[in-house]
Write a protein that binds this ligand. Structure first.
Ligand SMILES: C[S@@+](CC[C@H](N)C(=O)[O-])C[C@H]1O[C@@H](n2cnc3c(N)ncnc32)[C@H](O)[C@@H]1O
Length: 225
């Protein structure tokens, strides 16, 4: 992508409340279904946060401090302005950094949240690299483009395999999470109205969110990290 294309992309997206699929209702649903502990302050990283739709909602709904990570400073500036408007700026730290070079410590976070962003480094690379930043019992909440059926028209298959070779069905993604030491707790498909799915609905692909907990059953594996 050249400079002009990047500028056009930024101009298109910076004023949008969200840069990816989903909505506040889906962020809240994931928050509920993940069963986040609301009895104590949480430390959360929102990776690929964009202009902060999920970051700000998490800050409003939870007793939490959120590190909002994105590699585009213009999005982080917008997020900071919005956080002030929503009265949650003191709960959010912005971090201009690439998601594949996060400067976090092992076991630093209760929650890693990432909506519509992990594909930028690849789902498997992302979930495997980020796991070490979670505390034992910590939770990963992540969305990912996913097929909803085993077969689809060849043109759609070849298009998405060229664009994003990691695209797969939910069960494959869940298996991958298990292989990387997570204990998947569940997933749900984003509804049709929640953004870009409208574009891809005919191919039965959907951006799906699933949340995955490193619960008691997975703890023994932490020692081998
Ligand atoms: C589709 S947008 C989703 C933004 C936000 N999570 C939302 O749902 O509105 C993907 C985000 O990932 C960010 N991003 C892309 N590659 C990145 C990287 N290597 N490191 C950090 N952020 C990245 C983009 O700047 C963008 O804000």
């Amino acid at each position: 992508m050249d400079d002009l294309q990047m500028q056009l992309l930024l101009d298109l997206h910076r004023s949008n409340f969200r840069q990816g699929p989903g909505g506040d209702a889906e962020t809240k649903r994931a928050m509920e279904l993940a069963g986040l502990d609301r009895s104590r302050p949480l430390k959360i990283a929102d990776v690929g946060c964009g202009t902060g739709a999920s970051t700000i909602l998490l800050a409003k709904e939870l007793d939490a401090h959120i590190t909002a990570v994105d590699f585009l400073p213009v999005f982080l500036d917008e997020l900071h302005t919005r956080a002030i408007d929503h009265g949650v700026a003191e709960r959010i730290t912005t971090l201009n950094c690439s998601m594949d070079a996060l400067p976090f410590a092992q076991g630093e976070f209760d929650v890693i949240w990432s909506e519509g962003a992990v594909y930028n480094m690849g789902f498997e690379a992302g979930v495997s690299a980020w796991r070490r930043f979670l505390k034992p019992g910590g939770k990963l909440i992540v969305s990912e483009i996913t097929w909803l059926s085993a077969t689809r028209p060849a043109e759609l298959q070849s298009h998405w395999e060229a664009e994003y070779p990691e695209i797969d069905v939910a069960s494959a993604k869940i298996g991958l999470l298990e292989r990387h030491g997570y204990s998947p707790e569940g997933y749900f498909a984003l509804p049709v109205h929640s953004g870009w799915r409208i574009t891809i609905a005919p191919c039965r692909a959907v951006l799906m969110r699933f949340w995955s907990g490193m619960a008691t059953a997975t703890r023994p594996r932490l020692s081998s990290m």
